[in-house]
Design a binder for this molecule. Structure first.
Ligand code: MN
Length: 159
């Protein structure tokens, strides 16, 4: 099964990099407020450049330049599509539904493109299913790395 990863990235602006393995790369979206398990929450997800699969394991500090800041692996696991359509075509059409099998994020989600252009803007929305949960939001209640159990603040404290 294909993998997904969410990296919490304390950069110029804190965001969560949501990445789905599609066609041998990590398709990536920057989610300023992070993913939610509450179907009523529609989280802005700005499409950004693809990343190599190996990037999904990265935790630590990025020095000067693009993305400078501190990164932890906030969640990871596998995912599967929820529609028969080839998934890359679903993304091209701007409406993709999938199920996440992570440690914090589970169940169905939808990515829907609202604005195309140079930095396409999507919404990441939890689907209504048995994994949907109005509270508490894991971004707030479970801030730690799923690899080390450490937080962004712990890593910054080391520096
Ligand atoms: Mn980032």
């Amino acid at each position: 099964m294909a993998t997904f990863v969410v990296q919490k990235h304390d950069a110029t602006r804190l965001h969560y990099d949501f990445r789905l393995e599609v066609g041998g790369v990590l398709r990536s979206w920057a989610v300023p407020r992070g993913p939610s398990l509450d179907p009523a929450q529609r989280r802005l997800a700005v499409e950004v450049q693809d990343h190599e699969l190996s990037w999904g394991d990265f935790e630590g500090t990025i020095g000067a330049g693009y993305g400078a800041g501190t990164v932890i692996v906030w969640d990871r696991g596998t995912w599967s599509p929820l529609r028969e359509l080839p998934f890359d075509r679903a993304l091209a059409e701007g409406h993709a539904s999938f199920e996440l099998h992570g440690e914090k994020l589970r169940g169905g989600f939808t990515l829907r493109r609202m604005h195309a252009g140079e930095k396409p803007q999507w919404l990441l929305i939890k689907r209504r299913d048995e994994e949907a949960d109005a509270a508490p939001d894991p971004v707030g209640s479970r801030p730690e790395s799923v690899i080390t159990g450490r937080t962004v603040e712990d890593l910054i404290g080391d520096a």
